[in-house]
Ligand binder design. Structure first.
Ligand code: NOJ
Length: 553
């Protein structure tokens, strides 16, 4: 089976929530028809794949990660027919679709849980994990410590306690039960049949944790994920599985199971180190991240990201940097700190709205090994709204224009799923797509050029990643070697110009300037980068001195 060559290795992925993307019917909630209406924008942006966050019927106590029915669509967002149409329209444009799948837990509203709690003899009872003696049961801290005291909650109806690693309304599924795994497989088949191209598997790490009263562990190793991969591949040859597994670095290669498990894994380690490095203008964390991570070439692909729709988790930083980042990124009121581990801020907040720094961080994320994942709105520099509850701060509607509700919806602002940001430097009047489109200096146009560059340079998805040790450490230089070609990139995080030299065996005539405002000169087997503040530049060349076409894997 293996997963060493596939479309995902050169994909630029865009993460969006239908609820906050675009509202077509004026009820204040984004919907699939609205998303279809914006496919032209996404196509022009140049992304290859959309990761669509949960859209299933749900009480929305965790933004839809509390699923009440795996086979339906929240009626405010559309119908199954709308999803099918959306997938077809996306495919017409050559854009693939991944959907989020949450199998670690369901909502307490899910029919399985409702039946489970009512009837201990029902087969559904064993879909979940119960105890009558929580004091004797296996226990550990809850993943949402600001909200939950532990992992056992008493259920009045069942007359016992059920196990949940996340919120109390999210009972964990007993994945060790083969009947549950069958259910999971059926759900995967159903959505593949609708046409999707793969899945982002939520909370893959907690799925693997020991669970329940006796700390039951699922089958040896990553058996459940290999099973899922087989099911998915049987139905669609090039469908992929992307894991959200914020596990310890030395555990990460297990998720790939030598090519038989996940195809891709979010790289939380690089995420935290990269965003921190660019902010503190010192690139040492990128060296550290590279040392911590296993080499997964040949078995799988990293999914790189700068921010996601959750908190900016800092736990992978070394202790001193963790403490520093907590202070450094903190907002004045301290409102941004959450769960004892991160900030509920967007990238633009972390970089004080500096578009040059935001573009540079994207350039880094796009040029290191792996496939990039953009969070909707980061391409224009959207900010957060800390007056909203918890992680909703980073989930405000997409800012399309300076019109009503930022062009997201024609509804009464009160009716919108979340309010648009209408104050300060990140207000939709200041930050919106319409203003940035076709302005060559805008963040949006710079990100478009980076997407283009990533698509052309197959060295990044397939090559070997090497850091080139240069001084000063405000500058980061790395190269990706693939067959006879090499891509070298330089990034300057300093607020002053910097010049660095590295050896580069490509003859000047065989080098191509790919992207970036930065400048360079080549002579005598060396390349000298001349970079203004926040400049970046990518140079590609053939080591044999030939001119090779771009875009060939
Ligand atoms: C990870 C998701 O990204 C997050 O939003 C959610 O709260 C948890 N998993 C639980 O499903």
């Amino acid at each position: 089976m293996g997963s060493t060559t596939g479309w995902h290795e050169d994909a630029v992925i865009y993460s969006l929530d239908v609820k906050t993307f675009n509202d077509s019917d004026g009820d204040g909630w984004g919907d699939f028809q609205g998303l279809i209406d914006r496919l032209g924008y996404l196509d022009e942006l140049g992304v290859d794949c959309l990761w669509v966050r949960p859209f299933f019927p749900s009480p929305l106590r965790d933004n839809g990660y509390d699923v009440a029915d795996y086979y339906g669509v929240d009626s405010r967002l559309g119908s199954l027919g709308d999803v099918r149409e959306f997938v077809e329209r996306a495919h017409d444009r050559g854009i693939r679709v991944l959907t989020d799948m949450v199998f670690n837990h369901t909502s307490t509203d899910h029919e399985w849980f409702q039946r489970a709690r009512r009837d201990p003899n029902s087969k559904y009872h064993d879909y979940y994990l119960w105890t009558e003696h929580p004091e004797e049961a296996y226990s550990h801290p809850n993943i949402f410590p600001d909200h939950e005291d532990g992992v056992w909650t008493y259920d009045e109806v069942a007359g016992k306690y059920y196990y949940h690693q996340f919120y109390g309304h999210q009972p964990d599924l007993n994945i060790a039960n083969p009947a549950v795994r069958e259910e999971i497989h059926d759900v995967l088949r159903f959505w593949l049949d609708i046409g999707v191209d793969g899945f982002r598997i939520d909370a893959a790490h907690p799925m693997m944790h020991p669970k329940g009263h006796n700390a039951i562990s699922v089958a040896e190793g990553m058996g459940i994920f290999e099973e899922m991969k087989r099911v998915v591949r049987e139905q669609k040859e090039d469908a992929i599985l992307l894991a959200e597994a914020d596990d310890q670095p030395d555990q990460l290669d297990e998720y790939f199971a030598g090519g038989e498990g996940f195809d891709m894994l979010f790289d939380f380690v690089t995420n935290q180190h990269l965003v921190y490095a660019v902010a503190v203008k010192d690139m040492w964390p990128l060296y550290r991240a590279n040392e911590l991570l296993p080499d997964v070439s040949g078995v799988g692909q990293w999914a790189n990201f700068l921010r996601n729709h959750d908190e900016f988790n800092l736990l992978k930083l070394p202790h001193e940097a963790f403490e520093h980042a907590r202070e450094f990124f903190g907002d004045d009121e301290g409102d941004s700190w959450i769960f004892g581990r991160g900030h509920r801020l967007r990238l633009a907040d972390l970089y004080a709205g500096d578009h040059d720094r935001i573009a540079m961080a994207h350039s880094l994320m796009f040029s290191i090994r792996g496939s990039p994942v953009i969070l909707a709105g980061d391409e224009i520099g959207m900010g957060s709204d800390l007056s909203l509850d918890e992680r909703e701060s980073v989930r405000t509607p997409m800012q399309w224009s300076d019109g009503t509700n930022a062009g997201f919806s024609t509804a009464d602002p009160e009716a919108c799923y979340n309010p648009v940001i209408d104050e300060g430097a990140f207000s939709y009047r200041e930050i919106n797509v319409a203003d940035q489109l076709n302005d060559p200096d805008s963040l949006l146009e710079r990100i478009k050029r980076l997407i283009d560059a990533r698509t052309m340079c197959t060295e990044i998805g397939h090559g070997d990643y090497h850091i080139v040790d240069v001084e000063p450490k405000e500058v980061f230089v790395h190269r990706m070697d693939h067959r006879n070609t090499v891509l070298m990139a330089a990034h300057n995080s300093a607020t002053e110009p910097r010049t660095v030299t590295a050896s580069f065996e490509v003859p000047p005539a065989a080098a191509t300037d790919i992207v970036g405002p930065g400048e360079y000169e080549m002579a005598d087997g060396e390349i000298t980068f001349e970079l203004d503040a926040c400049d970046y530049v990518w140079v590609r060349g053939d080591k044999r001195g030939e001119r090779v076409p771009l875009g060939e894997p």
